[in-house]
Design a protein. Structure first.
Length: 300
């Protein structure tokens, strides 16, 4: 680290050459290497134990100021890169924590709901304000799927209902449901970090254990802690949502409502068909290529 700043080199590469290029750059003195998507390609539904990578990767290597990087650019093995910068870029040093915080501002979701980082004053003190910082688990309101779920909760939730947030991530949906009038929420996930993040966020928002029950899916299976609810919401991915259909349907009270998100618009029709015998799903919103499905459980 220097007071003046840093130098960075940018390369384009592919997954099969990434490890070679990354190791070589560290051997040349790189202090850090970061990876970015170079072609706006979503990473969806990795298998167990997989580390998914984009097919077209932008690699950024950071070096100290004062090192001559021209020999590195001239000698990088061309079979490892699909493109490279002509010269190094200078990156001025700054207060990185403050710069990071400035990327997160209060977000309005629907008519009543605001998501506010802890370092910001709520724009409307009389609104339904949720204190939520970026952290361990998915779900801060910035992703289109989370934003649509929050908007749907704000528009449709009825006071006194109970709900299940299946695949809770940060717990933002369960917490929002409670703040909007739900009496009881269950938040479950298969990731221990999500359980930790959900309960931490709940405590920040003065949510009590009587209001919110948070646990791993395996615990729900073995201890029977999940009971059918008036509202079931799952913001996951299309494949798991289809596989979970029997589970989610069993968790709905008669006449209960189901909200599904995490699916691309072209995946909506298949999911509607998969749930058709039990739930009258329809696409209620689309945002940036993602679709939100919602509908009531059918009487049988």
């Amino acid at each position: 680290m220097t007071d003046a700043g840093w130098q960075e080199l940018r390369f384009s590469t592919t997954p099969d050459q990434l490890e070679n290029l990354e190791s070589w750059l560290f051997e040349q003195g790189a202090l850090a290497v970061t990876l970015e998507d170079n072609a706006d390609e979503p990473l969806l539904e990795p298998g167990p134990g997989e580390t998914p990578l984009w097919q077209n990767i932008k690699l950024v290597a950071l070096f100290e100021v004062g090192i001559n990087l021209s020999p590195i650019l001239a000698s990088v093995p061309q079979q490892w890169v699909t493109a490279s910068a002509d010269a190094a870029d200078f990156v001025p040093d700054q207060d990185w924590e403050r710069a990071w915080m400035e990327n997160f501002e209060p977000l309005k979701m629907g008519k009543r709901l605001w998501i506010c980082p802890s370092w910001c004053e709520p724009p409307d003190p009389h609104a339904v304000n949720i204190n939520l910082d970026p952290g361990l688990a998915f779900g801060t309101g910035t992703h289109p799927t989370t934003a649509m779920c929050l908007g749907e909760l704000d528009a449709t939730i009825q006071p006194g209902v109970n709900l299940i947030d299946y695949g809770c991530g940060s717990g933002i949906l369960a917490i929002a449901g409670l703040k909007l009038g739900a009496t009881k929420a269950f938040a479950v996930d298969n990731d221990p970090q999500a359980v930790t993040a959900t309960w931490d966020n709940a405590q920040r928002n003065a949510i009590t254990q009587d209001q919110l029950d948070v646990f791993l899916v395996s615990q729900a299976d073995t201890q029977g802690r999940l009971q059918p609810a008036d509202l079931v919401i799952a913001n996951i991915l299309a494949g798991p949502l289809e596989a979970l259909a029997p589970t989610l349907i069993d968790l709905m009270n008669p006449g209960g409502r189901l909200i599904l998100a995490g699916l691309l618009s072209e995946q909506a029709a298949a999911l509607i068909e998969a749930y058709k015998p039990w739930v009258a799903l329809s696409a209620v919103q689309e945002l940036e290529g993602w679709t939100l499905l919602a509908g009531p459980k059918l009487s049988r």
